[in-house]
Design a protein around this ligand. Structure first.
Ligand code: ADP
Length: 353
């Protein structure tokens, strides 16, 4: 694909046609802004700045292959995420709303706001979901970069990918850049000659630029399940450090009911309560997997039949026994030692203890 086609889909003029997805996310987020019980003054997110214009110019001199890669593999086009899609996490959600989103959607004091957030905690607890939700609420483009892909699959051009991602994010602002497994880039264990240092340097440069710019409407969210590995000299770059814990019983109940409601199911309140109890210690992702596996039970029961010819109403409902059959497949992925470490790290460096 030619450079011009990549360019057209990224920088330049910002018609709603060109940014179909962007426009619909903004509308969605406008709707949510109405729901926020916060006095909103002013127009909220501002329009194109000189930072956008200069990024547009720089994009013209950027390797088209990199721009394509960012467009195809890093800009996330998933459906918007609402607060209600995230079970539990009341404290981090409240902090994000009150200290990050509301001020940002208010009048123009963007520069002093916390625009770098570290979400830490066990894997599969909703960190990415929260990142996507923040982007949806801001009506922002969502850039999702995998820290492990940068240091494995893309090692060699990792720093260029980071550079190009921030450039495109400037063209499309407001933007949210989400980097998972950030410990891979910011580990205190990196030796001087490790090539990952080049990616780290580029990332820190970009982060610093965003944090010191009064124009950039970019929020950087990083996630990690190994916060203790992050070099202490870079910890301070994250203005908010929020613990994203395992789901409590209320949150697990919400995840189970939400997923079951997508199927025909027959479980009484006592059985659901038992599921909530038995899933203690599992992450949200583990609970979701359990529900998905159980929901396949009725299909297994039809073995020998042509599955493509079965109508959904011919399937028997999902029962407690279907969960019983798959419980053995799911093990808690976080040890007590790790959970204690998160609590300790939160006490020392977190913002939500
Ligand atoms: P993380 O980024 O913390 O590793 P994700 O946000 O990618 O985890 O979550 C993975 C999946 O697990 C989600 O798509 C969702 O299905 C489920 N999940 C995890 N946590 C939650 C939560 N708090 N509420 C609802 N679903 C959750």
């Amino acid at each position: 694909p030619s450079y011009s086609s990549a360019k057209n889909s990224l920088g330049g003029s910002r018609s709603s046609e060109q940014f179909g997805k962007f426009a619909s996310m903004s509308e969605h987020s406008d709707e949510h802004r109405q729901h926020l019980s916060h006095p909103m003054q002013g127009p909220g997110i501002r329009t194109a700045t000189s930072s956008t214009r200069s990024a547009d110019e720089q994009l013209k001199n950027t390797d088209p292959h990199l721009v394509e890669l960012v467009t195809n593999e890093i800009i996330n086009q998933g459906p918007p995420v609402d607060w209600n899609d995230i079970a539990g996490l009341d404290l981090p959600k409240a902090i994000v709303k009150e200290e990050v989103l509301w001020p940002m959607l208010g009048p123009d004091v963007f520069s002093a706001l916390p625009r770098s957030i570290l979400l830490f905690g066990p894997q599969g607890t909703g960190k990415t979901l929260l990142g996507r939700c923040i982007a949806s609420q801001l009506g922002a483009a969502f850039f999702r970069i995998s820290g492990s892909a940068l240091v494995t699959k893309w090692l060699g051009e990792g720093e260029k990918i980071v550079h190009a991602s921030f450039l495109v994010a400037r063209c499309r602002q407001p933007s949210v850049i989400f980097i998972s497994e950030i410990d891979m880039l910011l580990s205190s264990q990196l030796s001087e000659e490790n090539p990952v240092n080049r990616i780290k340097t580029e990332f820190l440069m970009q982060l610093d630029r965003v944090l010191t710019s009064s124009e950039d409407q970019i929020v950087i969210i990083c996630s990690t399940s190994k916060p203790e590995e992050i070099d202490e000299s870079v910890r301070r770059y994250f203005m908010k450090r929020l613990l994203i814990p395992l789901p409590d019983s209320t949150a697990r109940h919400q995840i189970i009911i939400q997923l079951l409601s997508q199927h025909n199911y027959c479980l009484n309140d006592k059985e659901v309560a038992l599921l909530v109890q038995r899933t203690e210690g599992l992450s949200g992702l583990d609970v979701a997997r359990l529900c998905h596996d159980a929901a396949v039970g009725p299909l297994h029961a039809m073995q020998g039949t042509d599955l493509s010819a079965i109508m959904p109403n011919q399937l028997r409902p999902v029962t407690y026994q279907d969960f019983e059959n798959v419980f053995c497949k799911i093990q808690p992925s976080t040890s007590q030692k790790e959970l204690d470490m998160y609590i300790e790290w939160n006490k020392m460096f977190g913002c939500s203890q």
